[in-house]
Design a protein around this ligand. Sequence first.
Ligand SMILES: Cc1cc2nc3c(=O)[nH]c(=O)nc-3n(C[C@H](O)[C@H](O)[C@H](O)COP(=O)(O)OP(=O)(O)OC[C@H]3O[C@@H](n4cnc5c(N)ncnc54)[C@H](O)[C@@H]3O)c2cc1C
Length: 388
Amino acid sequence: MDLHLTPEQTAFREEVRAFIAQRLPAEIRDRLRRGMPPRRQDTVAWQRMLNERGWAAPNWPREHGGAGLGITEQLLLIDELALANAPQPLVFNISMLGPALIRFGTDAQKRELLPRLASLDLWFCQGFSEPGAGSDLASLKTTATREGDFYTLQGQKIWTTGAHNADWMFALVRTEKLPRKQDGISFLLIDLRSAGVRIRPITTLDGMHHVNEVFFDQVRVPLANIVGTEGHGWSVAKYLLEHERTTIVNVGQCRERLAYARTLARHVSLGNTSLAGDAAMQLELAWLDAEVRALEITTWRFLTDTAQAPASWASLLKLKGVDLYQQIMALLARIAGPDGMERIALEGANPSEWQAPLIPRYFHSRASSIAGGSSEVQKEIIAKLTLG
Ligand SMILES: Cc1cc2nc3c(=O)[nH]c(=O)nc-3n(C[C@H](O)[C@H](O)[C@H](O)COP(=O)(O)OP(=O)(O)OC[C@H]3O[C@@H](n4cnc5c(N)ncnc54)[C@H](O)[C@@H]3O)c2cc1C
């Protein structure tokens, strides 16, 4: 896209590109380019390199150990990471918990935790959803009862991304039952090595282990681990969810996956031509390209001036971004064709290296219109906030 960048912003983008080209290990880049998710060690190694450069937390102010970048520079950095197949900084640490601590945390919590979130010495996961409390999050039932200097936790979380990789969880729990269900909820930090925590894997449609159930049986959490005031965790959660919604799909990722589809189409033969020479394919690629550009312009327009954006801007970006991402992932799956069916092994199917991840990745992309608030729920928010 033709962005009107200042000379300083153009120089910053060049600096980011050069840094990634020089430091990103080829093994991580190739893995992500083939469509595989980063492994734990990939995210840790890369985030530490970014942290040494001062870029692990682009959105945090400098006094809290962040890069203190303006919004344009943040968008440039995130885009360049996606375009170069580099892992993004861990969203739970950097985009969600970090800003919440900076806004609601005590001085001790900021001092203790922020540096370790940036360096990934502590890996956090998000414990919000429960069976029966997803879209209707405020219906959550996990209880935290005060007993001396501790809360005692009883209950269950579900769909917890990366709990098996995490050291700690930030969670919403019920500390009091009040008539309005958003009241009486608190935001707690939980050490997952505590006695009484049990993590059970859930295997998703792509055959992989991304998400978990997490059970709490009389788990003791110090009172000092509350963020914000007791019973007012809903305000912390609302603040944090707005950040989550806009980070679920980034335009750079859509642009990179579309470029990959274009490259693969050139290498798949179709009779005596390549798939890229097929008129229907050309039309689809051109259409998706126009859609990515439109999303890119809209994202930049909303994020660089949120005061002028519609009130439902975060939901609009999530809804449109997810829809487009899923269309591109579906196109990649079709390019891989039936031979790409890795797990649902067809008789005689022998997926090549590039084909094998594409269909499982497409299956996994279906989850992005559920995670972080389903598309139906985003439409309700847009209807309420924008259409009245
Ligand atoms: C891959 C993945 C990763 C996730 N990671 C995490 C995580 O790390 N931490 C975490 O806390 N949670 C996580 N989640 C949970 C996610 O936030 C919830 O799944 C989501 O909010 C939907 O809640 P639910 O699953 O309970 O579905 P439900 O809320 O029961 O919804 C079921 C269906 O009903 C529809 N629906 C519900 N309410 C309405 C309404 N008012 N109007 C119209 N339609 C409606 C929904 O759109 C959906 O189609 C993850 C989910 C997935 C799939």
